[in-house]
Design a protein around this ligand. Structure first.
Ligand SMILES: Cc1ncc(COP(=O)(O)O)c(C=O)c1O
Length: 448
């Protein structure tokens, strides 16, 4: 029975924000000095006290077309009036088929089928399950092992957490999935510090896959999943040639290769997908975030024809893949996705990101020499700035920077420990890049 007795007075919470247990948030600190948002337009958020904050984070790598795009909000409103919800199992809506075709058109040739879900986490778990199921129906059921990468992030489902490699995200949750292994991270500060774009050093990190194949046996390995640019850990671009090498090794051993493009998809690296930037054809691409410009939850997996087609056998009344979500291809998300892709196309935002990349990189690199800056990495319209940790307080300088940015400098950035991540909407102007970098410099000095 529900306990209706009066609640004890909240302890250590000086306001009425207690009920909401916030995700991936330092809750107690937040509730003492809240960072509350009320509105957004183009490159800015508006705080509840009416301050205009420049968004150097695209919310959370989502709003590639900037905020408050009326084309998207009207499409969502119109769709909500016409059809609020439709069951995605055994029924469909035209918009889902149209959106899938448009995404397949943007993806490299051969990746022609789209499975929808609602988030990046669901996309990662979906891709891993498709890989396992594919091998099983293909007569290679011994291929059950999944390989991720240290410092990788693939969301918070059990699959994604298991193949993920950020220790703080794993250590609270027990043994996770069995039969998972990890490639090493591709980062070596000594050899790569202050690199613009893909580092020259590090293709050999891909060869570690051969070691794992030798250890476990190729016929036990189902798939390798990597982010083409590891984002959440603090922006680690793949070294030159690394992804190609991974493709060669996976292909040689019949292992599927999944690119998690939840961040890199839809223009962040100057192309629809990073697979195109690197000229590498994976077996699956996961996406989320930018597909709806963040305006409605949606994720998905783009799947190679050969994999999809392998499922399309047996009696036609039987469900081919026993997987999906109540909100897969939700009408509001499909409407948002179609409107978003129109904007990306009409405003040539992917091309814009590519053109701005060198200017963005030059601007961010001027922060070299600011106090405690030990590395800066840039790629596409994204940068990671590593600050030296405060002694015995890993993550505190980064957290202080988040607060200084928001409360004192009208700036939103993202942090990963003591790394500041900049990843502005692709509509950012050169002047605004300058403004962001100036504000970041102030923040870095404030937390020195
Ligand atoms: C590469 C990658 N995969 C998966 C996810 C998880 O996405 P979501 O938070 O939508 O579940 C993220 C989120 O940042 C991500 O960066």
């Amino acid at each position: 029975m529900l306990d209706k007795s009066p609640r004890p007075a909240a302890v250590n919470v000086p306001n009425d924000l207690a009920a909401h247990w916030m995700p991936f948030t330092a809750n107690r600190a937040f509730k003492k000095a809240p960072r509350l948002l009320a509105g957004a337009k183009d490159m800015h958020y508006i705080t509840v006290d009416g301050r205009k904050i420049i968004d150097a984070a695209s919310g959370m790598w989502c709003t590639n077309a900037g905020h408050g795009r009326t084309q998207i909000s009207s499409a969502i409103a119109k769709q909500a009036e016409a059809l609020d919800y439709a069951p995605p199992f055994q029924f469909g809506i035209p918009q889902a088929f149209e959106l899938a075709s448009r995404i397949a058109d943007l993806a490299p040739a051969g990746l022609d089928h789209v499975f929808f879900c609602n988030s990046g986490s669901e996309a990662a778990d979906t891709a891993l399950k498709i890989a396992l199921a594919y091998h099983q129906i293909n007569g290679q059921g011994s291929r059950t092992r999944l390989i991720g990468r240290e410092r990788g992030y693939h969301g918070v489902g059990f699959g994604g957490t298991s193949v993920g490699g950020i220790v703080n995200n794993r250590k609270m949750f027990g043994t996770l999935l069995a039969g998972v292994d990890h490639l090493p991270a591709t980062y070596d500060r000594e050899k790569q510090a202050f690199t613009k774009g893909e580092p020259d050093y590090g293709v050999h990190f891909a060869d570690e896959l051969e070691r794992l194949v030798n250890l476990h046996g190729a016929t036990t390995i189902a798939a390798v999943i990597v982010e083409p640019m590891a984002g959440s850990t603090g922006v680690l671009p793949a070294p030159k040639g690394y992804l190609k090498r991974l493709r060669e090794i996976t292909q040689k051993h019949g292992i599927l290769l999944i690119f998690d493009e939840v961040i890199t998809g839809y223009g962040r690296l100057g192309y629809a997908f990073a697979a195109e930037r690197y000229g590498v054809l994976p077996d699956m691409i996961t996406f989320a975030k930018g597909i709806t410009n963040g305006a409605a939850p949606m994720g998905g997996v783009i799947v190679r024809d050969t994999i999809h087609d392998a499922f399309m056998s047996g009696p036609e009344h039987v469900v081919e893949l026993t997987h999906g979500y109540t909100y897969s291809a939700h009408p509001l998300a499909c409407a948002a996705g179609l409107a978003t892709l129109d904007i990306y196309r009409d405003e040539k935002l992917f091309e814009r990101a590519l053109k701005l990349e060198p200017k963005f990189a030059d601007a961010v690199m001027t922060l070299k020499g600011q106090p405690n800056v030990v590395d800066i990495r840039t790629i596409g319209l994204t940068a990671g700035i590593d600050l030296a940790s405060r002694p015995d307080l890993v993550g505190k300088r980064g957290f202080d920077a988040l607060n200084s940015a928001f409360h004192d400098n009208d700036l939103m950035l993202r942090i990963a420990g003591d790394t500041l991540a900049l990843t502005p909407p692709l509509i950012v102007s050169e002047e605004q890049i300058g403004e962001i970098v100036e504000k970041v410099a102030k923040v870095i000095r404030a937390v020195a």
